[in-house]
Design a protein around this ligand. Structure first.
Ligand code: PHE
Length: 452
């Protein structure tokens, strides 16, 4: 058995978790969901969920990881070997394996945009139908997807993820500075102020039940909750890391980046498309439609485009690598495969499932899974169905088997557990009830039993 690596210290841990949390979820996914599901009201619901639910789940997963010193499959089996324990662990472990293929498709899109900015296509990218035409071109999307995936698989095989980690840590501050700058520019365009208001001021008129469903899925996604990642990270930390405090730091950092991304993209929708509801509801394509328009209107749009897509590409790469890495370590631990074999199996999954998602807008666009494109389907399956189930499994493991007291003891080994009351209330009642309601409503929505 190889020794478990551990983080160098408290800061190292917070940075690693923040590094995993910040990715395409913040820059690409959050703004399009906020635009689509009500702007300010989405933001408000998201914040409330994050500070209560998200907080309780991060603490839970981290504490369980630290207590058992295992990744999710092992952590669940630490407490029992029967089927429910196996299922609980596996659902947490499978989620990142299903996310990384379609994550890599978006990574491919980002790579393509970087390439085009390098070539000087600033104006072309801002043209009305550029993006839909690009993703409908199967050869082109397939190519950029494969390129991105090859880099991910190569890093997995070489096992140099720590080097990449280091690069990303210096790049992150740069991304923040550039984002502040672009957000400032975008917010001061004529007409943009309406967008700032739409994004920041809650308006009940824009509320729908889907606002809550989408906000909850996004909270899991963005904070890397309910995908086994935090178990694994928790298993690397020593008993002196203050779990409560580091959770708060990660939440603040992750939300700050998402807010910045929202301020770059949503005001731009209003400035450049007059807040057109169709653009607001563009979904996954929103970033690729609005950001090029912002850059094309700037004097030095090409430079900004190169910087922006380079930094987003790095954030996407590091996130994709850490998602895939968690799959690789599951294969290694559970099936005793060598690192190389595990990486190849993971690579096969990325290429197979990812290619289907990539071509889902091109030659495979006749495929509709429950009314969704293949990429949207995987996003929905993982975020709206599997993650709630995985979170529920964690809640049940704690309340029915481990006991809230043991979690409290684990947290208290490093600091006072200030929000214990809130935590217990959430785990025992609110979290399970909300999860079940949300799960039922998102299934009902897909099958058209209720419209939201
Ligand atoms: N939280 C990341 C994001 O917002 C996604 C991710 C999850 C990355 C888990 C790594 C591990 O994009």
């Amino acid at each position: 058995m190889k020794a478990r690596s551990s983080f160098s210290g408290k800061l190292g841990y917070v940075l690693a978790v923040a590094g995993s949390a910040v990715g395409l979820g913040n820059i690409w996914r959050f703004p399009y969901l906020a635009a689509k599901y009500g702007g300010g009201i989405f933001l408000l619901v998201y914040m409330i969920l994050m500070l209560t639910f998200g907080y309780a789940l991060i603490v839970s997963e981290t504490a369980l990881g630290r207590m058992t010193k295992r990744s999710p499959v092992g952590a669940f089996q630490f407490f029992g070997k029967s089927i429910p324990f196996r299922l609980g662990g596996w659902i947490n472990a499978v989620i990142p394996m299903l996310i990384v293929p379609y994550y890599s498709v978006i990574g491919g899109w980002v790579t393509k945009y970087l390439f085009e900015y390098l070539r000087g296509s600033t104006e072309i990218l801002a043209a009305e139908n550029y993006f839909p035409e690009f993703i409908a071109n199967s050869f082109s999307t397939g190519f950029w997807f494969l390129l991105f995936s090859l880099v991910v698989v190569a890093v997995l095989i070489a096992g140099v993820e720590h080097g990449v980690e280091r690069v990303s840590k210096t790049m992150m501050p740069l991304l923040v500075i550039l984002a502040i700058f672009v957000a400032g520019y975008s917010m001061t365009r004529p007409g943009a102020w309406e967008g700032v208001k739409y994004f920041l001021i809650p308006n009940l008129k824009n509320f729908s039940w889907m606002t809550v469903v989408a906000a909850m899925g996004q909270m899991f996604y963005s904070l890397s909750i309910a995908m086994g990642i935090l178990y694994t990270y928790g298993s690397y930390i020593k008993k002196d890391v203050d779990i409560e405090k580091s959770t708060t730091q990660v939440e603040v950092f992750d939300t700050a980046i998402a807010l910045l991304a929202g301020l770059m993209i949503i005001p731009a929708v209003f400035a450049f498309s007059g807040g057109d509801p169709n653009t607001l509801k563009a979904g996954p394509s929103l970033m690729f439609i609005t950001i090029p328009k912002v850059f094309a209107s700037m004097g030095f749009g090409r430079g900004a485009g190169i910087m922006f897509f380079l930094l987003v590409l790095l954030a996407a790469l590091t996130s994709a690598i850490s998602l895939a890495e968690s799959g690789v370590s599951t294969f290694e631990d559970q099936f005793g495969l060598s690192r190389r074999k595990s990486a190849l199996v993971m690579g096969g999954m990325i290429v197979g499932l990812g290619m289907a998602s990539a071509l889902g807008f091109g030659v495979l666009d006749f495929v509709s899974l429950l009314g969704m494109s293949i990429l949207d389907f995987f996003d929905f399956l993982t975020n709206s169905i599997m993650m709630p189930v995985a979170a529920l499994a964690t809640c049940l493991l704690i309340t029915k088997v481990v006991g809230l007291d043991r979690i409290a003891k684990e947290v208290e080994q490093s600091s006072a557990f200030k929000r214990k009351g809130l935590y217990n209330l959430f785990l025992r009642y609110l979290a399970p009830i909300c999860i079940v309601i949300i799960l039922i409503s998102s299934i009902a929505n897909v099958f058209g039993w209720i419209t939201m």
